[in-house]
Design a protein around this ligand. Structure first.
Ligand code: DAH
Length: 344
């Protein structure tokens, strides 16, 4: 029996010595030391031994067991170290690599211009009003003194949704909505930025969707000189203290008299350049004294109240201010375009 144990030990040690794989090591552990392993198998024969032999063989068996356990333990340690090493190698982080740069967003140039204009008018005591982009024919046209079949409706090609609903062609309907909501109270001083829509073929200066900012002031004794002073103050803050304005007679159904307002070219100072097409002036908005019919539609008695209104295109102002040559840049989501306005 002693020989059997010795043979078992030799075989086990030889095999374990060669093991290079943790899985096989475990298999061998079970094979030799497990409950149904070979050592247990040999020891099962101990019952047939004499009382003297038993402790001797018992001692041998213990030595065999601890010899096998020892080599298994040593091997396990080597494998574990190897695994730790492999992990460290695989999960190595090069802390000297430059970090990935975070993309930082910026405010879109149109938003920027709207905010700038809002700030200027808020500084003059105006509040910002809003209205729906889907508008009724009544607010978009009729209440603005543009009855059905009025030829001036052709000035703005419209997207109709139903006979009575359309995408608003201008921000002017907010004038009426605001007046009606004010219930005849004065003064009214609002600006209204927003999207407008027209049936246009897109090109460098036209877009089927663009932005306007509307302005409306209603009160007692509001005169054309108030309009002029307000717009002059606006352009000085927007384009520089040396800019001036020029009013030219024009026509809008909702104002009487109506004017087209030019700002002196802020690029050449009025001398004439490519931006102003050598004229020294840039057209930036339409304006006028609120038509008595419009005051009435809004719930204000034209005998007691008067007012002025103006409307400007945001894209046009942004294009002039930043020297942008194509309106489509605003909507093409081209990062190289948008990025230029991050720090403006
Ligand atoms: N709504 C006009 C347009 O889209 C712009 C405009 C002109 C607005 C004169 C006004 C105004 O309030 O008084 O062409």
């Amino acid at each position: 029996m002693k020989e059997k144990l010795e043979a078992l030990k030799n075989e086990a040690l030889a095999k374990l010595q060669e093991v290079t794989d943790p899985q096989i090591l475990n298999d061998l552990r079970v094979k030799y030391l497990g409950k149904k392993g070979e050592l247990t198998e040999v020891l099962r024969g101990m019952g047939s031994l004499s009382a003297e032999e038993r402790p001797v063989i018992g001692q041998v068996a213990n030595l065999v067991r601890s010899a096998i356990e020892e080599i298994i333990g040593a091997k396990q340690e080597v494998f574990q170290q190897q695994e730790t090493l492999n992990r460290l190698q695989a999960e190595k982080v090069d802390v000297t690599l430059p970090g990935r740069q975070l993309q930082q967003g910026g405010i879109h140039p149109l938003t920027r211009v709207v905010q700038e204009i809002e700030d200027i008018f808020i500084g003059m005591g105006y509040r910002v009003a809003e209205g729906p982009e889907v508008e009724t024919d009544y607010y978009n046209f009729e209440a603005l003194n543009l009855p059905k079949n009025h030829p001036a409706r052709d000035m703005q090609d419209s997207f109709y949704l139903t006979e009575d609903l359309l995408m608003r062609t201008q921000t002017s309907p907010v004038q009426i909505r605001t007046m009606q909501a004010m219930n005849g109270e004065a003064p009214v001083k609002i600006i209204c930025p927003g999207k407008v829509f027209r049936r246009d073929d897109d090109d460098a200066t036209h877009s089927f969707q663009f932005h306007q900012i509307e302005g409306l002031v209603i009160g007692r004794n509001i005169r054309m000189s108030d309009l002029k002073g307000t717009l002059l103050q606006f352009v000085k803050e927007m384009f520089g203290a040396n800019t001036g304005i020029r009013l030219r007679p024009s026509f809008f159904p909702f104002t009487e008299p109506s004017v087209e307002v030019d700002v002196s070219c802020f690029k050449c100072g009025g001398d004439g350049c490519r931006l102003c097409k050598q004229s020294g002036w840039l057209e930036i908005l339409g304006a006028g004294m609120v038509h008595p019919n419009v005051l009435e539609m809004g719930g204000y008695d034209p005998a007691e109240f008067s007012g002025f209104a103006f409307g400007m295109g945001v894209e046009r102002i942004a294009m002039l201010k930043y020297g942008i040559d194509d309106i489509r840049h605003f909507y093409s989501n081209d990062m190289s375009f948008v990025k230029q306005f991050k720090g403006v």
